[in-house]
Design a protein around this ligand. Structure first.
Ligand code: HEC
Length: 104
């Protein structure tokens, strides 16, 4: 029983860290990190500020996935974000989930 618990915990931990890594790699690969950082404003807003702005919105994931793909302007400042046309819907959602989880 105890062994089973340890095994499950290890599996969950592995799963969680693999997902986080995959999304960070995805953000790197998609050049998001050229304009964004987790904790400071670069060209675009810091991902931690994005989390604050959308905290408590239940459809935050869908809103962000959409604005990641479509790009946008005027929400954060005068600089627009270009549309990410090469990104699949699944990748846009994965990035939205990763950002809302703190972009680690
Ligand atoms: C050329 C620079 C640039 C790149 C590349 C870029 N962004 Fe942005 N991003 C911005 C700017 C500028 C804004 C603010 C736009 C605004 O004011 O509405 C922004 C806004 C955002 C927001 C907030 C959207 C909202 O609706 O509030 C998210 C989330 C985001 N970017 C994620 C990403 C992800 C994920 C990628 C990679 C696929 C990416 N960005 C690539 C510049 C960039």
């Amino acid at each position: 029983m105890r062994l089973l618990y340890v095994m499950t915990a290890t599996m969950v931990a592995t799963l969680v860290s693999t997902t986080a890594l995959a999304s960070k790699e995805l953000a790197q690969k998609s050049a998001c990190l050229a304009c964004h950082a987790a904790d400071k404003k670069l060209v675009g807003p810091a991902y931690h500020d994005v989390v604050k702005k959308y905290a408590g919105q239940k459809d935050a994931e869908a809103i962000l996935a959409k604005s990641i793909k479509a790009g946008g302007s005027g929400k954060w400042g005068p600089v627009p974000m270009p549309a990410q046309t090469a990104l699949s819907d699944a990748d846009a959602t994965a990035l939205a989930v990763w950002i809302l989880a703190g972009a680690k």
